[in-house]
Design a protein around this ligand. Sequence first.
Ligand code: ZN
Length: 216
Amino acid sequence: MTEVTRRPLAEEVGFEPTVPGDTAVFETARFGRSRTPPSRSLQRSFPATFVAAPWCFGKFVDVDDTANDELFMRAALDIAIVAAGHDDVPVGCVLVENDVVIGVGENRRELDQDPTAHAELVALRDAAFSRPSWRMDEVTAFVTLEPCVMCAGALLNARVRRVVIGALDEKAGAVGSRYNVLSDPRLLHEASLTYGVLAEESAALLRAFFLERRPD
Ligand code: ZN
């Protein structure tokens, strides 16, 4: 097992919560004695080595069994690699409902020159295209990188039941790192959250992508 210790980067760069005082007290009560939300205060651990999972489209797996999280996250990583193939930052998203993949998306911002073409939004649109309802309250989203404010907002508006996250985005993450868009009782909906699934692979993919483009 590899222990992953999270560094309080937000504090290092002088990030201050901007919520009003009374709300901060409420959130403190919610998250315990620390103002640090659980996603930032918990140590995550995951296996150091993995057996390659088969591509999971059409295969029966129980999405509520968290042992299968790696299976779907590996599919999301495969899609993230597609993004790198068209020179987009490699982030992938897979949406699963009743054990079936209903939507996939890779980051296409550069390819489409569309500021909203993040992996999560591409996947949500992909799923919505073939669904009778916008409501996705039985859907689990697997995302290789912690969603930004826009994507967390979209997942919120889709009423996605659960979000499984690979690597954290301490600069722009809105599901624990910078904001808690999916666990804020002031908003319409809260999702069940799982962190650190194939986080090492996801971060390694991002590092390799940026290293290749910025060798210095
Ligand atoms: Zn996003």
